[in-house]
Write a protein that binds this ligand. Sequence first.
Ligand SMILES: Nc1ncnc2c1ncn2[C@@H]1O[C@H](COP(=O)(O)OP(=O)(O)OP(=O)(O)O)[C@@H](O)[C@H]1O
Length: 406
Amino acid sequence: MNPDMILIRFGEFTMKGKNRDRFDKRMVEQVRRSLRSFVRAEITRTYGRIYITLNGEPYEEIAVKLKDIFGIATFSPIRKVANDLEAIRSAALEVMQALPSQPATFKVSTKRVEKQFPHDTQEMNHLVGGHVLRETPGLKVNVREPEVELRVEIQPEGTYVFSSVVQAAGGFPYGTNGKAMLLLSGGIDSPVAGYLAMRQGLEIEAVHFHSYPFTSDKAKEKVIDLVRRLSHYSGVPIKLHLVSFTDIQSALAQSGQDPLIITLMRRSMLRIAERIAEQVGAFGLVSGDSLGQVASQTLGSMNVIGRSAQLPLLRPLITMDKNEIIRIARQIDTFETSILPFEDCCTLFVPKSPSTNPNLAIVEQTEQAIAGLEDMITEAVSSVEVMRITPEVRSAVETAGEDSWF
Ligand SMILES: Nc1ncnc2c1ncn2[C@@H]1O[C@H](COP(=O)(O)OP(=O)(O)OP(=O)(O)O)[C@@H](O)[C@H]1O
């Protein structure tokens, strides 16, 4: 089938009453931005739906783009014909024949918005269904649990015929639920956490801690590449804050509290991330923690680490199985970059037996005993390097604290 149009259905946010208009508008913006190279495609918005009139643009290529737009729950390719019984019948047959495999059962569901049309919905179900049955040996009608529901919508401007429903990303349009700061390592988990936070409507900025010159330029490139991959889903550039962690890490390493070193590093990271978040108007922090994966991700460790920040710390992966995280990483195309073997700042200091249940009082005393830790944190925040990463172009350094993209 060569579809004439695409019907886009929104996700869960359609339930949100007066916020609905804001979400709808953002959704249309995202679709327009994503399809801007398809110059003949026309995008229209009516009553909680978006229609794309293809005008000869390729359906398959557009479908690939739509699947990645947050806020789109499902979409359907449509044949649009005149309000004429024979035209509707042949479009119905075409739609059925274009299914990837022939179903055993189907039913026709007609919706008649154009009341001037000569047949009512029941008649249309029979007239169209009968035609499809005659032309398709072996096919049967099942009105309760059909394998395929063939929809016929008779509108004043023409009739829409469609059956397939394609799953898209779901969630909320990017940036409609506020902004959060993603703590992005070079690993597998934090890009997935970022993706899931974005899918839930959060605009993100990313912060990465490096220990240059102990960590290499390649490690930095890797993180830039991960942000670039995430920006495919935002559709707009994402800011990456690169923080030098070398001095802080060295100071923490000299504290003599080897088993607590990871806890101490994570707490300083959270403090710095929180300060940057406040500067850029982000109301939450996002990390890739998953319960039980490593010593710093036991509940006891998370408790002591989490107490170093006041902002809500979101952990989208907290109860997820590693295989599930890897499956999403592959699906969103971050996995291959994440497994590149470049060192992360923290792996330079992994102790032999890290504490799985650190004591908050001892951790706080250790921090207080480190001369100048607070000043080092302030210095790290003020000398952050900010990059704006887009899917295609990477731009140069600029200053922090600009307005949100929305
Ligand atoms: N160098 C870093 N820069 C920014 N955030 C970091 C860094 N290292 C760790 N984090 C944050 O702390 C979380 C826990 O890190 P850790 O290395 O213990 O776990 P992980 O499960 O291996 O996560 P990941 O796969 O994201 O590295 C990460 O998911 C990330 O959010």
